[in-house]
Design a binder for this molecule. Structure first.
Ligand code: ME8
Length: 645
């Protein structure tokens, strides 16, 4: 099996930011995952170097376009290794090979009558480098660039896109996986329900010279999109390269929704005109936003990936982006969210599991993988969950559901951390009669670490290389490099000597959030206070006034005439009733017996006719655009009524 995965080739009119980093990290992670599955993989990225935007950026800097594109393309190329990204090919549209193939393709399409000369007038957006239709405008402006497009009339060459409209519709309808997630497929089909206009594919040299000359009329250069999309072929050595043979049939393109139309409409119609099979899949993701606005170089609100790597580490950045964004939807960047992920998911959950387990192995077995065979009371809880996590992981990774794959792995991490607490290896170690059991518990833990090293490798390759060293494995051992060989249980050889390694994820301090300052102004003007997250700093005495307790839910039932509320009877330690807005997330029977945290000294309130004597604490999560409440609980058995300090 083979995989060919591409990113967009990025415009070199500004340096790389988190948006570019995300797409490229996804492509890198996916190609590493396919390699773990034993596939032959080709991963291509590169830079898009012709067109108005680039010519203008060079002019602004007072350098020749060539000098300019060499410099910025170099910045993109140099950024990828900093992010642990290792493409197999980096293509530039100024490469001689690419330029000559684009000309050959243009000639072929022209000769077969799919390109004609005509006069055109339309609304042109420089930011998009394409003509927009009236329908695409919002308040007369391009929604992506917030500028009104210019009315341009000129004679140009056109590609007969309309000729392939029906064939494209049929293909999309017959292949539900062609464009995913589904919302983007629907968007494309809805666009295609109107008659498709032909595509203007030239620019007169009187207006732009920085482009590939048309082979049949040198008073024009090629429209940048017609030039750029062809990179996916030229990067494989089309038409007669060996790579073209092996990889074109399995091409998967990865983009954000900003360039859906060129990839889902221009490109497939171009491919059909060339008489080639269509690409296999188009994967479309959402935007990284800062303060609700798309991160973009033209808006100027960019986050630089190299700086994030410096501050948080490369694997933390990779993990954060893949975990935080549900593929297909928008996500927000903030330094608070990356710090929270690092401290909680990486340092606490994964880092602690690794360091605790390794420390116990050093202490109780001298750092040698013990033999679990003598255990008379063996348990399979970790093994069973590992099996189901492996299946869910593979399915999620194949479907670009990276956050789901990571959630599944974190279930295993969380169970392994609980397994330590419930099995108390330190107590087993005190009793010589329990040595067999101790060894089995430690073996199960070290085997979880090995599996995590295998599964996490596409996301955090550097960390996993360290973890493999710690487990006494060679970096290229199939036990941590092949899902087929390493995906089973009980594979880490007994007697393997573990190695000491540094902490995987040192914690980072959350920077102090500034208290929003409200200016008091004498004028009667309505003050617009910018919505900032409230730091909510309180004194210790204020905190002490809040009485938090552990409560056991002894009964639960829906509150009449409410979809949202459950009436809980809790013991804390006296019995009381609390009304909680959790009916959408929990069924009454599943929470009876649960130990939860409550605020015990709130003034009672009546909710839908029921008096509530307190409040249950829950974490609020945003998942796929919906929020969800998860009850907070305690990690071990606690007497109901205990104070939470
Ligand atoms: O469009 N959030 O190049 P480009 C998520 N040269 N991803 C983002 C993003 C954001 N805020 N901003 C950019 C071009 N991206 C053309 C492509 S391909 C034949 C030609 C990522 O530099 C995302 O992958 O504007 C998006 O599709 C791409 O950068 C656009 O890069």
């Amino acid at each position: 099996m083979t995989t060919y995965i591409t990113t967009p080739i990025y415009y070199v009119n500004a340096e790389p930011h988190l948006g570019h980093a995300y797409t490229t990290i996804v492509a890198d992670t996916y190609s590493r995952f396919r390699r773990l599955q034993g596939e032959k993989v080709r991963f291509q990225t590169g830079t898009d170097e012709h067109g108005d935007k680039i010519a203008e950026a060079a002019a602004r800097e007072g350098v020749s376009p060539k000098e300019y594109v060499d410099r910025i393309s170099g910045m993109f190329r140099d950024t990828w290794p900093l992010l642990g990204v290792a493409p197999d090919n980096f293509i530039r549209t100024t490469d001689a090979k690419h330029m000559s193939t684009v000309q050959k393709i243009l000639q072929q399409v022209y000769d077969q009558g799919d390109i004609y000369f005509d006069e055109y007038s339309g609304l042109y957006c420089k930011g998009c480098e394409r003509f927009l239709t009236e329908k695409e405008l919002v308040d007369g402006k391009c929604p992506d660039h917030q500028i009104a497009p210019a009315q341009i009339a000129e004679q140009n060459y056109f590609f007969r896109m309309s000729r392939y409209q029906q064939q494209l519709i049929d293909h999309i309808q017959a292949n539900p996986e062609f464009i995913t997630p589904e919302r983007y497929r629907n968007e494309v089909l809805s666009f295609l329900s109107e008659p498709l206009e032909d595509l203007c594919i030239s620019r007169p040299t009187s207006r732009l010279t920085w482009g590939i000359p048309l082979p049949f009329d040198d008073s024009f250069v090629t429209y940048v999109w017609f030039d750029a999309l062809i990179n996916y072929l030229t990067g494989l050595g089309y038409p007669d390269g060996e790579e073209f043979e092996s990889y074109w049939g399995v091409a998967e393109h990865l983009i954000a929704k900003d360039i859906l139309k060129p990839h889902a409409i221009y490109w497939p119609t171009m491919i059909l005109s060339l008489g080639l099979p269509l690409y296999k899949k188009l994967h479309v993701h959402g935007y990284w936003n800062v303060d609700e606005t798309k991160m973009s170089k033209s808006i100027g609100n960019v986050v630089r990936p190299a700086e994030l790597v410096e501050e948080y580490g490369v694997d933390c950045l990779r993990y954060f982006t893949l975990r935080e964004m549900s593929f297909g939807l928008d996500a927000s960047f903030s330094s608070e969210s990356i710090v929270a992920r690092k401290n909680s998911d990486l340092a606490n959950d994964l880092g602690n599991l690794y360091s605790r387990s390794m420390a116990m192995l050093v202490k109780y077995t001298g750092g040698v993988v013990p033999n679990p065979a003598a255990d008379q009371t063996s348990d399979t809880v970790l093994e069973e969950l590992a099996g189901s996590v492996l299946l869910r992981y593979q399915e999620a990774m194949e479907n670009f559901q990276f956050h789901r794959a990571l959630q599944a792995m974190w279930e295993l991490i969380s169970l392994a951390n609980k397994y330590i607490v419930t099995n108390e290896p330190w107590a087993l170690a005190k009793d010589p009669g329990q040595e067999g059991r101790l060894h089995a518990v430690l073996y199960n833990l070290v085997e979880v670490l090995r599996l995590l090293t295998l599964l996490l490798q596409p996301v955090m390759p550097g960390t996993c290389a360290k973890m493999a060293t710690g487990l006494g494995l060679e970096g290229d051992s199939p036990l941590v490099n092949s899902l087929e060989i390493g995906g089973g249980w009980g594979l880490l050889p007994v007697g393997t000597e573990l190695q000491k390694i540094d902490a995987l994820f040192p914690r980072v301090e959350q920077k102090k959030v500034k208290q929003p300052v409200q200016k008091v102004s004498g004028k009667k003007k309505k003050e617009k206070v910018k919505a900032e997250p409230l730091a909510g700093i309180i004194t210790f005495d204020q905190f002490k006034a809040v009485e938090l307790r552990v409560a056991e839910i002894v009964a639960a039932e829906p509150v009449k005439k409410s979809d949202r509320l459950l009436k809980l009877t809790v013991k804390a330690p006296e019995e009381r009733v609390i009304v909680a807005g959790i009916a959408e997330y929990y069924r009454p029977e599943e929470i009876v017996g649960m130990l939860v945290l409550i605020v015990a000294n709130l003034e009672p309130v009546r909710l839908m006719g029921v008096e509530s004597q307190g409040m249950v604490l829950a974490a609020k999560m945003e998942e796929e655009g919906k929020s969800r409440l998860v009850l907070s609980t305690v990690s071990g058995p606690v007497v109901p009524g205990s104070r939470v300090a």
